[in-house]
Ligand binder design. Sequence first.
Ligand SMILES: [Zn+2]
Length: 164
Amino acid sequence: MEKTAVADLDDSIQAAAVMRHLTEPLGLTDFAMNYYELEPGDSFAFAYHNHAVQEEVFYVISGIATFETEDGPVEVAPGEVIRFDRTEFQRGWNRGDERVVALALGAPLEYGKQVKLRHCPNCGEKTDNDLDRADDEAAVIACCKECGTETGRWYRGSMEGEVP
Ligand SMILES: [Zn+2]
């Protein structure tokens, strides 16, 4: 048995005001679980992405989450759940005025190969990206795999990263 309080956990650097990994504190072995709070403009992810082997579910507790999907934008209201298959591209946002609180669950634990599409100003189109930590671990940086241009940078509790 494991028990933890979300409020006691450290924030991870994400494109969201609050993101707390529950996987490690609970010792989960077969699925991933993350707690999110998104301010207006925040996102669940760094990019429009898919996972090669992990399917993912989001349960919205409050606020309205809007997911970019292969079928266009989909709004998810409190009490609603959305599921993405392994290869489906998606990225969830808070496009509303109210903070979004949600849980994300993914199984199995590993993502497999991820494709992370972001607009590259140099390539002039959406390209796959690498995510890296800055040397001081204070930021996450996305760089275009085609040309190396930085396409986004996030700090703890920061909103969608702006190209510097
Ligand atoms: Zn590029």
